[in-house]
Ligand binder design. Structure first.
Ligand SMILES: Cc1cc2nc3c(=O)[nH]c(=O)nc-3n(C[C@H](O)[C@H](O)[C@H](O)COP(=O)(O)OP(=O)(O)OC[C@H]3O[C@@H](n4cnc5c(N)ncnc54)[C@H](O)[C@@H]3O)c2cc1C
Length: 388
């Protein structure tokens, strides 16, 4: 077993670090507080080969591995936490499910534009009555000749105020087997997008409404029975969320370490107080442990899709480590850490959201427990027996 990056991975990490330092470090604070999708950063990343890292070159990608994409998120976030969202979008988000399962015609239409950073794709999975219980989704796709008619509502979709096209989970029929997904353009008649609303992180989302929205059958991504494949693709998205949690925790850790070396109180630098030293030791243990779990999930997936169990373990560990560390760094940096003049409070707010998004920590733990006991625990309320 070898815990070091290969020579190629080290070289790639250095390249991305240099790129991020030269192009992204400046303006990192401003970018973190701007709600819109940073299209300028996306175009720059496309130019420097940071979009579609793990997609085949024949599809306009870079032919690298999922681990390379994880390295890119971590190196970019170390210079500009907000820009890591662009690496997420270009490598881990709905784009990856789309690239995996899209038809040649669908890809010809959108993949090139997405990889060039000119357009962004939103993911509409969650509904007002279907959050963790995502299979309760009601948004329907009814066949009508060569078309489908979409009706329903989606909430909380990241990038929705800016997205050009959306990957929408729909119900073609009853039960799990009735779930699939479609691609819907922003300007399609019958599709309306509500006013932007803000998360605690400052990111914005809009409600998506579909009323008699007719789409051609060519816009179906995965028909009935596609749910399992969608979730397999979604595990990649989860790893991007996992990597950002860890990377923003590390960003905050490094900022607090630099601060503790310089800032003096009682005539001594903060790092000389044991009460703070132990906080740093605890944070290092959390970050290093979570990082190994992330690397295991990504490295084992290589160019394929990651395992559901390893992804769940890695995401729960990195979500917790990232938030707990960022939260502690706010304490260590005092009023400065709590101020919007530094990015540690931003890292705390962002990492908090990833404990909910993309599979909450509790839902991941349910999944992990199923692996531990090798049996399925149905979360649904069971019908009461006649004797009751
Ligand atoms: C930052 C952010 C970005 C997001 N981006 C998107 C996006 O791009 N597209 C999209 O479709 N959605 C997105 N979401 C929505 C996200 O997928 C949902 O928030 C998530 O699935 C949880 O659903 P919910 O918020 O309705 O919470 P609920 O499902 O109502 O859960 C509430 C609480 O109960 C817990 N809980 C629920 N069921 C169980 C159970 N069986 N066992 C134990 N605990 C349980 C949950 O863990 C949670 O703590 C985003 C959310 C956030 C915060």
């Amino acid at each position: 077993m070898n815990f070091d990056f290969s020579a190629e991975q080290q070289q790639f990490a250095q390249q991305v670090r240099r790129f991020a330092r030269d192009h992204l470090a400046e303006g990192a604070l401003k970018r973190a507080h701007a709600p819109g999708f940073p299209f300028d950063v996306a175009a720059l990343m496309a130019k420097h080969g940071l979009m579609g890292i793990s997609l085949p070159e024949s599809e306009g990608g870079q032919g690298g591995t999922l681990m390379d994409a994880v390295i890119a998120i971590m190196e970019v976030a170390a210079a500009c936490p907000r820009s890591a969202d662009v690496v997420q979008f270009g490598n881990f988000g709905p784009i990856r499910t789309f690239a995996e399962y899209g038809t040649p015609e669908q890809k010809a239409r959108w993949l090139g534009e997405l990889l060039a950073g000119r357009i962004v794709m939103g993911l509409g999975m969650t509904e007002p009555d279907a959050g963790s219980a995502v299979t309760d989704l009601k948004t329907s796709a009814r066949a009508d000749g060569a078309h489908y008619v979409i009706d329903g509502r989606k909430v909380f979709a990241t990038f929705s105020p800016d997205a050009h096209v959306f990957l929408i989970y729909v119900r073609f029929g009853p039960g799990l087997g009735g779930i699939g997904s479609v691609l819907i353009e922003r300007d399609r008649p019958g599709f309306s997008i509500g006013a932007p609303q803000a998360f605690m992180s400052g990111e914005e989302w809009s409600e998506l409404h579909f009323a008699d929205c007719r789409i051609p059958a060519a816009n179906v991504l995965l028909g009935p029975g596609g749910f399992k494949k969608q979730m397999a693709g979604f595990n990649v998205e989860r790893l991007g969320n996992t990597a950002r949690s860890l990377a923003l925790g590390r960003y905050a850790f490094n900022a607090a370490r630099d601060h503790a070396l310089k800032r003096e109180q009682f005539g001594r630098p903060l790092c000389e107080f044991q009460g703070l030293q132990w906080k740093f030791a605890d944070m290092a243990i959390k970050l290093d442990g979570a990082e190994l779990l992330l690397f295991r999930a990504a490295a084992n997936a290589d160019r394929g899709l990651p395992s559901a169990y390893e992804t769940a373990v890695a995401k729960a560990a990195c979500n917790q480590a990232g938030f707990e560390v960022a939260n502690e760094t706010v304490q260590i940096m005092g009023a400065l850490g709590y101020s919007r003049e530094t990015l540690v409070e931003y890292c705390m707010r962002r990492t908090r959201g990833w404990m909910i998004a993309g599979g909450s920590i509790e839902m991941l733990k349910n999944r992990i427990a199923e692996h531990v006991f090798d049996r399925r625990f149905d979360q649904r309320k069971q019908p009461s027996t006649a004797a009751e």
